[in-house]
Design a protein around this ligand. Structure first.
Ligand SMILES: C[S@@+](CC[C@H](N)C(=O)[O-])C[C@H]1O[C@@H](n2cnc3c(N)ncnc32)[C@H](O)[C@@H]1O
Length: 232
């Protein structure tokens, strides 16, 4: 009886701790969302965050980076609320544009409609870029079709939140091997889902291959790597 009571008490304490952590995290996301609204002042309601979309704490970090680094060109792997946040920040700065690669036609259309709804079409573009096979050092990978991506200047900020992990193992690995030479000398790369094993392995591989980068894992809801490219 005494042992059963102790077990119940331990379980209760564990549940209480978990609940405290959840509440703490939820509060952090609400704070980040409020800060985002005040910073970007969207003209119409924004789509939902979290689950499939980026979490508010990452979106806030992206907004901070855009507003302080003032990138001329932002490239995104996967479109959604992140595209709108980046575009609102660029609008505030009065310069720069964001191009977002989207492999799914349905979401490419939804994201492009959202851009129009928010009046950001001069700043943001979604390119429908289905995943296709590409060879990287004789190994086959899937990556966004690059046919429609015309780069007229180096990429200053690269936000990687796709392709989805279910498409292949280490789904986002091709991003740097394929686009490293298109990055500006002091580019910043943001990789979402930093708490996943795949993303950790991807960053390890990138660090072995590209000596000019350093990385930091941020303690955000899903974890995110901020990777800096340094001039050679
Ligand atoms: C991890 S999500 C990130 C999308 C974007 N970076 C963001 O934070 O808003 C990756 C993919 O989810 C898909 N997606 C976009 N909108 C969606 C929605 N409303 N429901 C489910 N999936 C969606 C798109 O195909 C997108 O490429």
């Amino acid at each position: 009886m005494k042992r059963a009571n102790e077990k119940n008490l331990n379980e209760l304490q564990r549940t209480r701790e978990e609940l405290k952590q959840t509440l703490k995290n939820d509060f952090r996301q609400v704070e980040a969302l409020m800060s985002l609204f005040f910073t970007t002042k969207p003209d119409v309601p924004l789509p939902n965050t979290r689950e499939w979309a980026a979490s508010p704490d990452l979106l806030k970090k992206i907004a901070e980076i855009v507003l302080t680094k003032k990138p001329e060109l932002v490239l995104e792997a996967s479109s959604g609320i992140s595209t709108l946040i980046i575009a609102y920040c660029l609008k505030q700065l009065g310069c720069g544009r964001v191009v977002s690669l989207e492999h799914d036609l349905k979401y490419a259309m939804i994201s492009q409609d959202l851009i129009l709804l928010h009046g950001l079409e001069k700043i943001a573009t979604v390119i429908y870029a289905p995943l296709e096979e590409v060879a990287i050092r004789e190994k086959q990978w899937l990556w966004y079709s690059m046919n429609k991506l015309k780069l007229d200047r180096p990429i200053d900020l690269f936000v990687i939140d796709g392709p989805p992990s279910l498409t292949q193992k280490l789904a986002r690995y091709p991003a740097l091997p394929l686009l490293f030479n298109d990055l500006s000398d002091n580019a910043t790369i943001i990789l979402d889902d930093g708490y996943r094993e795949d993303e950790n392995e991807i960053v390890e591989l990138w660090q072995q291959e590209f000596k000019q980068i350093t990385s930091e894992l941020l303690d955000l809801e899903k974890g995110a790597f901020i990777i800096s490219k340094h001039a050679a």
